[in-house]
Design a protein around this ligand. Structure first.
Ligand SMILES: Cc1ncc(COP(=O)(O)O)c(C=O)c1O
Length: 434
């Protein structure tokens, strides 16, 4: 009897598991929350990815946010080839760092000085260090379900992959570290106020995703961000916006430009690197003056500001336009509306939260305004829906608690095809099939 032939992806996954934990370099990629095995991706262009077995998908992961201009734009790859030919890293200053730095300071309202690092995780860890040094205080307040990378201080009730895996508070985080991280509820100012009152004089910073993205997309309620600003001002704590997702995605100036609230420090990542590994933290000049070598707060990086990453970032930020944001928001609404009506036809309770070009269909009647409501979603139904979409040539995020990312390369036709796939996948879910 002939055994069914395994796909190339499946063989690669088996091989990967022998050398990489779980076969991947970032947990959510292993499809643990949705079942099945991940396709291994060979190439991508525009809004499409192709796996090693030759199947193509309309991509809504988009590398988890960086690719607002789509996969492999020709002008960007040309610029990268040219930059690589001149050297990939010098460990010495370059003109490109100055150019990207000037762009960031011009675009992001609160950023007067910026330091480039290699990931969002580095950005948030470093921003907290600055906040502690500036205030002489140890504690931080974060929000349940917000994710700020995998630094110890943030892996307490974290969102994203940590929520997906069911380990929002990771083993390995020291008790003392966890004790300095206080947890409030997103969109619930009273929960912050209670912590501030109990901890008066001890809180270095409140860190928040101004548009939550890692419990799925949850926009801030009216007055929430303004309220955080007031509480921080009253108590002498710093307000840190983690705009790793929302930076350059909510608007050119990020969520702080949209909501008109000025944080003291801002963390950036994803789009700022145009698909290469870049993060950044920045903010008030007096705070950033604490960073070495201007000041005593140590933070360094062998590959920080390397010319390839800077080239990609300059290209990505230089090609943002008001027209792009209008178009992306229209596509976001079109997709959200289509998913809502497809769910309505199938009789499946679905709440679609949308913030411009990023959205999450939560499998719950909603509304979803915070972590408790988000985690009330039917994750088994999402998993079945996900598998149905994948079979139909659409690649949504392999977790209920993530955003779907649109890009300049997505067309109305792509969105309409996605909605048709959703209609059929949701009908299948409603019928109990998979
Ligand atoms: C809001 C937010 N902050 C920080 C991070 C960490 O960034 P990185 O994965 O580049 O370390 C992420 C990653 O998804 C994020 O969404």
């Amino acid at each position: 009897m002939r055994r069914p032939t395994r796909s190339h992806s499946s063989r690669l996954f088996a091989r990967a598991r022998r050398v990489l934990p779980g076969g991947v370099d970032s947990p959510v990629r292993a499809f643990g929350a949705v079942g099945g095995e991940p396709p291994f991706i060979e190439r991508a262009r525009g809004a499409r990815i192709r796996d090693v077995d030759g199947r193509t998908y309309i991509d809504y992961v988009m590398s988890w946010g960086p690719l607002i201009h789509g996969h492999a734009p020709a002008d960007l790859t040309r610029a990268l080839r040219s930059a690589a030919g001149r050297g990939t890293s010098f460990g010495a200053p370059t003109a490109q760092e100055v150019e990207l730095g000037r762009l960031v300071c011009r675009l992001v309202p609160s950023v007067e000085r910026v330091r480039f690092v290699n990931s969002g995780t580095e950005a948030t860890m470093s921003a907290i260090r600055v906040a502690r040094a500036a205030t002489g205080r140890e504690r931080i307040i974060k929000f349940a379900g917000c994710y700020h990378g995998h630094g110890d201080a943030f892996l307490v009730q974290a969102g994203s992959g940590a929520t997906t895996l069911g380990v929002p508070t990771s083993p390995g985080v020291g008790r003392a570290t966890a004790a300095d991280t206080l947890i409030a509820n997103y969109n619930d100012l009273a929960s912050v106020e209670r912590l501030c009152r109990a901890q008066r004089g001890a809180v270095a910073a409140v860190i928040v995703e101004p548009i939550a993205g890692n419990m799925g997309v949850v926009p801030p309620a009216a007055g929430f961000l303004e309220g955080l600003r007031k509480l921080c001002d009253r108590d002498g704590s710093l307000l840190i916006f983690d705009e790793v997702i929302s930076g350059f995605r909510a608007a050119k100036g990020g969520a702080q430009a949209v909501y008109g609230v000025r944080p003291d420090l801002t963390c950036l990542g994803k789009i700022i690197g145009g698909g290469l590994p870049v993060g950044a933290y920045g903010g008030r000049a007096d705070l950033m003056a604490l960073v070495a070598p201007d000041g005593p707060v140590y933070q360094a990086g062998t590959l920080s500001g390397n010319p390839l990453a800077m080239t990609a970032g300059i290209w990505a930020l230089s090609n943002l336009s008001a027209h792009l944001y209008r178009r992306l928001a229209a596509l976001g609404e079109r997709l959200a509306d289509g998913l809502r009506s497809a769910a309505g036809e199938a009789g499946i309770p679905l709440t679609v939260n949308v913030a411009g070009s990023v959205l999450t269909p939560f499998f719950t009647a909603g509304p979803v305004t915070g972590y408790a409501a988000a985690t009330a979603s039917d994750t088994a139904a999402y998993a079945a829906f996900f598998r149905g979409m994948l079979r139909r040539g659409v690649y949504p995020p392999p977790s209920q608690f993530e955003g779907w990312f649109l890009s300049a390369a997505h067309s109305e036709r792509d969105v309409d095809r996605t909605i048709r796939a959703a209609r059929s996948a949701l009908a299948e879910v409603a019928a109990g099939g998979d």
